[in-house]
Design a protein around this ligand. Structure first.
Ligand code: TYD
Ligand code: ZN
Length: 448
């Protein structure tokens, strides 16, 4: 039988085998491995979760890889339909139209296209779209919604086939999936096979700087093989003839970056620039043609900031580990104390990072009665490892707890606004990060 987990030898970006041990979370089950109640007594497989940083390119990542077939072939993560996420996706369309100079009829290819929500918005704007995602169950949903999607791992073969059938892509987009992919070089070979000479690659990943700033240690789990800075992506893209030309910081998933890259050899319209000296109109055109291909100042600014924050030395990683250990102890102690005092505690949301957080803090069904979540697929299941049952919001509202641990903290604003009545009836939220604190009706103002 093929191994389902293995230790990486070299760094997946630069190939070096020189690791800083950042923090180890032991051996834990997969964050999205929800259980049927019938399997309550079955032992779950666990996999090591050791965080390391490469001293060559400062990629932070997991020391072990779990077979992507095991992780992603049947995926319960349905990209959120929340207001926040829809607003963000519309913003992505605007950004990409601007940065890639997209026009109606241009081809947009998305990897990790999930149920096709983002591509649907590009289609509404007049672009042709094709999605690629290994989760067959999600691709089926996308195709039923009329979003052309291929159930596969993105790479040179599938990308080449798209290029042959639909022509080159003006935009290749990968939102919140790049960090999941162990073999990023294969992805970039795929990009090379389908990206037009003057096309743009846009990759959205959680930003390592934000992860450190806000102690988002619960976003560390097996699906997330890598945690990127601009510096590391710059390094990676350069190895594939791509250069980072722009970076946009966005608020989703605890703070992310959208990194835009163009081919090094992208036409920069030098002829127009020569004429520019003589002709103002031509100079304007030249500026527009050349601008997206040359790195905007923000790229150098972020690289400098990352260096100042200690991301290019051991400092930032070791300090993060120290804070993480402290917050884990504090959250666990707080919940255990409340339960010992007779308070009822539940989880708000059952995100993957909630599984991780509860697991790290040593909390389980003994402390948390349930987790309330809007995702129908998760209802009636048990959280992996901690065995906490997932309730629908309706079920949860029938008998709300005294305290909700806000596991879906990335939606804090939206949730606290929506749950005003719960707070007004004396309910409270425990927001675990960056430092655990309690939100009541009186203090909710800081969020909304
Ligand atoms: P998300 O942050 O998208 O994912 P993950 O950590 O798994 O990558 O997950 C948010 C979860 O929170 C998702 O399961 C839906 C749930 N949720 C609610 O239950 N109620 C809400 O109001 C919102 C916004 C999300
Ligand atoms: Zn490296």
């Amino acid at each position: 039988m093929r191994d389902v987990v293995w230790a990486v030898d070299g760094c997946r970006v630069c190939g070096r085998d020189d690791w800083l041990d950042v923090i180890s979370f032991g051996s834990v089950p997969l964050a999205n491995g929800f259980l049927d109640p019938a399997d309550r007594d079955r032992e779950e497989p666990t996999f090591p979760l050791d965080v390391v940083a490469c001293r060559g390119c400062w990629l932070m990542g997991l020391r072990h890889v779990v077979d992507p077939e095991v992780l992603f072939s049947h995926y319960v993560y349905v990209s959120s339909d929340s207001d926040l996420m829809r607003r963000h996706m519309r913003h992505i369309v605007e950004l990409c139209v601007d940065r890639a100079g997209l026009a109606a009829g241009d081809l947009v290819v998305e990897l990790g296209s999930n149920v096709g929500t983002q591509l649907g918005m590009f289609a509404d704007a007049g672009m042709r779209v094709t999605g690629v995602d290994p989760a067959r169950n999600l691709v089926e949903v996308a195709n039923e919604r009329g979003i052309d999607s291929i159930p596969d791992f993105f790479g040179p073969e599938v990308a080449g086939a798209i290029a042959r059938e639909n022509g080159p892509a003006r935009l290749v987009l990968g939102r919140q999936c790049f960090a999941h992919i162990p073999d990023v070089h294969n992805i970039l070979k795929g990009v090379d096979a389908v990206l037009a000479p003057d096309g743009v690659l846009a990759i959205e990943v959680p930003y390592l700087v934000d992860l450190f700033d806000r102690n988002e240690f619960d976003t560390i789990y097996h699906e997330h093989a890598s945690y990127y800075s601009v510096g590391t992506l710059n390094h990676l893209f350069a190895a594939h003839g791509l250069r980072v030309v722009d970076v946009e910081r966005v608020a989703v998933h605890g703070g992310s970056i959208v990194v835009f890259a163009a081919r090094d050899a992208a036409p920069r319209n030098p002829a127009a620039r020569d004429t520019a000296a003589r002709d103002t109109a031509a100079r304007d055109t030249a500026a527009r043609d050349a601008a997206p291909r040359l790195p905007r100042p923000v790229v150098a600014e972020l690289l400098a900031m990352e260096e100042r924050c200690g991301l290019t030395s051991e400092r930032a990683y070791l300090e993060f580990a120290e804070r993480t250990r402290r917050v884990i102890t504090a959250v666990g102690d707080l919940v255990r104390r409340l339960v010992a005092d007779g308070r009822r505690v539940a989880g708000y949301g059952a995100p993957s990072k909630g599984t991780t957080l509860l697991q790290f803090c040593g909390l389980s069904h003994r402390e948390l009665e349930f987790c309330s979540d809007t995702t129908t697929l998760k209802h009636g299941k048990l959280l992996p490892g901690t065995r906490i049952p997932v309730y629908s919001p309706e079920q949860a509202r029938r008998n709300p707890p005294d305290y909700y641990v806000l596991l879906a903290w990335n939606y804090a604003e939206e949730i606290i606004r929506k749950e005003r009545p719960y707070l007004e009836q004396g309910g409270r939220f425990i927001v675990p990060l960056p430092e655990p604190h309690i939100v009541s009706a009186e203090s909710a103002g800081e969020y909304i």
